[in-house]
Write a protein of this length. Sequence first.
Length: 94
Amino acid sequence: MGVILSGVLDDGAAGLGWIKHAGGVALVQDPTEARQSGMPMNAVREADPGAVLPLAEIRQLLAWIGRRSTNGRRKEAMMGVQAGGEHVARADDR
């Protein structure tokens, strides 16, 4: 899994592309809310991420995956993210 947050260059976009190529999940912070939008914009343009989300939703998603991994459901959680499945924490996921 790769997560691109605020930044100015495009090296993160290249790394994110490799992660996706290897079958990993790619997430990018919404460029409109990033302190420095260059890297998130490059990642959206070059890496075709699985999701572009506000930082608060990225935090929720990572917590959701973490909860799944502690009950042996990490692969299921990651596949849901890759397939664009429901990924924002719900009350019954806590």
